[in-house]
Design a protein around this ligand. Structure first.
Ligand code: C5P
Length: 222
């Protein structure tokens, strides 16, 4: 691309969102959470009563919702048909349904077009940190910086449970692992470590340490 794009992929709960927002804030870049777009699509399907396990039904309706993402890292926004869904897309119901919806090729094609339009938009700042599962492999394969973030499942589960005030860490871990499995096993744009990506295992590090590491990598690229 003609601009700085930091492509960040990785497993669920690996610290992607906090890391990406921190890096974008520090460097004065925009931030795009593509997972929020898949969640918004899923929220809309559930609200319409579409069976999220019926790929044909999901494909038939996925052009309908108007999904808009704001890219300010200090306050990213997400709306569907003008309604703020930032909280609604984080419920267990949406989290439990998002991976099947994300396997549907028509859903991916629709959101890919939206993602590329946002990434390439003629705005200031042009540079952007983009997080998801297929950013370095499919969405922006020529991104100048690519990262693949992971963490031990137990560490991910306890972080996620703490964020959500959840008590059942084991159940949280099962949910994360089952999402990873669907995301990695699907035919279209599975979660993989992209060519040229740097693998960072965040297990033993604080958020600030990971942000520092990534800021250093981006600085070296220019
Ligand atoms: O990042 P987050 O956990 O919010 O993403 C929710 C889900 O959206 C993932 O589990 C995955 O199924 C899907 N997703 C995807 N491709 C992306 C981003 C997210 O398939 N680029």
């Amino acid at each position: 691309p003609d601009r700085l794009v930091v492509a960040v992929d990785g497993t669920s709960g690996s610290g992607k969102s906090s890391t990406c927002r921190g890096v974008a804030s520090r460097l004065g870049l925009r931030y795009l959470d593509t997972g929020a777009m898949f969640r918004a699509m899923t929220w809309w399907m559930l609200a319409q009563g579409v069976d999220v396990h019926d790929a044909a039904a999901v494909a038939a309706r996925c052009e309908e919702p108007v999904i808009e993402s704001g890219t300010d890292p200090t306050g990213p926004t997400i709306t569907v048909d003008g309604t703020d869904v930032a909280a609604a897309i984080r419920t267990d119901e949406v989290t439990g349904s998002v991976s099947p919806v994300s396997t549907v090729p028509e859903v991916r094609a629709r959101l890919l077009a939206l993602q590329r339009a946002i990434i390439g938009a003629d705005v200031e700042p042009a540079g952007i940190v983009v997080e998801g599962r297929d950013i370095g492999s499919v969405v922006v394969p020529d991104a100048p910086v690519k990262l693949y973030l992971t963490a031990d499942a137990a560490a991910r589960a306890s972080r996620r449970a703490a964020e959500q005030g959840a008590v059942d860490v084991a159940a949280t871990e099962q949910l994360l692992l089952s999402r990873d499995q669907i995301d990695s096993g699907r035919a279209t744009a599975p979660l993989v470590m992209a060519d040229g990506a740097v693998h960072v295992d965040t297990t033993g590090y604080t958020l600030d340490e990971v942000i520092e590491l990534v800021v250093g990598m981006v600085d070296r690229v220019g």
